[in-house]
Ligand binder design. Structure first.
Ligand SMILES: O=C(CO)[C@@H](O)[C@@H](O)COP(=O)(O)O
Length: 234
């Protein structure tokens, strides 16, 4: 068990900043009604290290603090004594080991998206907001019991080579990935938003997937043109 005090100063500083950020972003899961009680969790890589920070298991959101965020290696083992890491840590860690481009992982049981997961049905890319953020349908991954690599393996198998940053794990809930925790949280927020919209639309009639050429054009615009140019004050 490595004592955090033995880490180089720059690593300790990066770790502290990541703990602060990951703790603060958990408030976005409750703000957008994506979680109930202690469900859900966020993790992020600590820059320049083979460490991650993840939510402690079973701690209510109002009791989360930066210091309670658990520091683990890429196999999900805590590197110091303290809180027990999320029960989904194995899944997060598997994603980090097999998708090096992923900087953060989020897990929720958000209502509408989890209803699609309960049916094992992908959310069809039927609205422009889906094309913007997901660039495709939101896919379904296989059901897997918690603990071990099965959930993580299903996430990686489903999202590798897929434009969507979100996957609906069958009969379980949502996992999203991103370059950083804010991106992965945004994907979770948008996943629930579009799952609700398409669900409500389908209650009153069929929904139709957008033409692929339109999905591609919308995705390219949103990912590469939308918003403020990088580096401009906004
Ligand atoms: O979905 C599961 C397990 O897969 C929940 O227990 C999870 O959302 C919350 O667990 P943690 O409190 O992070 O251990």
């Amino acid at each position: 068990m490595t004592a955090l005090s033995t880490l180089p100063p720059e690593t300790a500083e990066a770790l502290h900043a990541t703990r602060e950020k990951v703790c603060a972003l958990h408030a976005e899961l409750t703000r957008w009604n994506l979680v109930t009680w202690t469900s859900g969790n966020i993790s992020e890589r600590v820059p320049g290290t083979d460490l991650i920070v993840i939510k402690p298991s079973g701690v209510t959101y109002e009791d989360l603090t930066p210091a309670s965020m658990v520091v683990c290696d890429l196999h999900g083992a805590p590197i110091e004594d303290g809180c027990s890491p999320s029960s989904d840590t194995d899944a997060h860690a598997y994603v980090y080991r097999h998708m090096p481009e992923v900087g953060a992982v989020v897990h929720t049981h958000s209502t509408y998206a989890t209803a699609w997961a309960a049916r094992g049905e992908a959310v069809p890319c039927a609205i422009t907001a889906m094309a913007d953020e997901f660039g495709d349908d939101i896919p379904v991954g296989p059901f897997a019991l918690i603990g071990g690599d099965d959930i993580g393996r299903g996430i990686v198998a489903t999202l590798t080579g897929h434009r969507s940053p979100a996957v609906l794990m069958a009969q379980h809930g949502v996992f999203t990935i991103g370059k950083d925790a804010k991106s992965a949280v945004k994907a979770a927020v948008m996943c629930e938003d579009v799952a609700r919209t398409v669900h409500l639309a389908r209650q009153h009639g069929p929904v139709h997937r957008l033409a692929q050429e339109h999905i591609d054009a919308l995705y390219d615009r949103y990912q590469n043109v939308y918003g403020q140019r990088k580096g401009t004050d906004s």
